[in-house]
Design a protein around this ligand. Sequence first.
Ligand code: TPP
Ligand code: MG
Length: 406
Amino acid sequence: MNSGTDLMKKKSKSQTVEMKKKPSKTISDSEKCTVLREDCFRIMKEDGTVDSKVEPKIDKEVVLRMYHNMVLTRAFDERGMMLQRQGRIGFYVPSFGQEAIQTGTAAALLEKDWVFPSYREPGIFLYRGAGLYEMLCNLWGNRGDLSKGRQMPVHYSFPKIKMFSVSSPIATQLIQAVGAAMAAKISKTKEIAISYCGDGGTSENDFHTGLTFAGAYKAPTVFVVTNNQYAISVPLSKQTGAKRLVDKAVGYGMPGVSVDGNDALAVYTATKEAVDRARRGEGPSLIECVTFRMGPHSSSDDPTRYRDEKLYQAWTKRDPIVRLRNYLNSKKWWDEKKEKSLQEQIKAQIAEAVERAEKEPAPDPMDLFEDVYAELTPQLKKQKAELLHEVELRGKFENTSEAFPL
Ligand SMILES: Cc1ncc(C[n+]2csc(CCOP(=O)(O)OP(=O)(O)O)c2C)c(N)n1
Ligand SMILES: [Mg+2]
């Protein structure tokens, strides 16, 4: 495997050369939204073959765990969308096509590291051991939800595995990650913080604030930008004048690398280098994972109204799960029998968790007043009394599955 900052150095060298040779030119819309830019670091081709010179030395068990997690993430997303379409939950956000980014980055972390996800990363929760049942209870917002139904669906939070609550306001999690990283740096725990945002997230003030601070103070943070080429219906070409999102790293004084986001081994390798670098005290890095959003923005969205259909079709041939499976097959680590049994096992596991989660009752309305103030403020005391009165009038509160307009 490339050592430490090798990958970053190589990339920044080629960036400098490129800038000297070619003065910047105007990039057309079609050039920006693309199948895969040539500058992206990749290890596996679509058919799973690798150049042995760049093949990382990852334990077989880890690669198999990564594959398992990617298949589980896909199945969880499919079930989440189906539950919403059946009217059993109100809202879902799938991560179709982005499984390699979630899993490849998660596999490069230690248990003690801090994760600040966006809403399109169920696979990181799963890789770090979040329970399917608890995640599903969040979708119903019921009594089994660790946030007691006080969060939006898909906004999981698992403190025990150091998974921070999913943030809906775009890019706010980046500043939180830098704060946690600074705390780790000051208390010398050798923990690092990793944070995720989308291509749209890079246009937010909080992206600027987080990366400015991390660059200046060498916060042990890894910023993963999932460039899936759309922010809801806004294509990358309308998002930024920057030629590539990875170029933003230069302005904050940190190394950056762009990676084929559908290549789990490449994502793992780039993240491992950035994580090691942060842990050695050498500061933050930015990783741009280039991919394509294969599903809708959320269950409330219809991408066929704005998506470039040709690009979508082209990306269907770059499925990250198929690619890793091809790699496993070529190593003789996998076969059809194992695949069938994994699919069956995951199907049964999700079905069992759905059955259990759906039966949970709605949260106790009085939970609304817990966990924030040691002693309720006069206003909250008044509201609590009013709600108690309402509960008496209605008898009880039921779960509702109203649609979210997001
Ligand atoms: C501060 C803020 N502005 C706007 C929104 C509405 N919003 C929700 S998701 C989204 C698009 C984000 O796109 P991107 O960062 O590319 O992430 P992706 O959805 O592609 O994963 C927007 C604008 C929001 N949640 N927060
Ligand atoms: Mg996006």
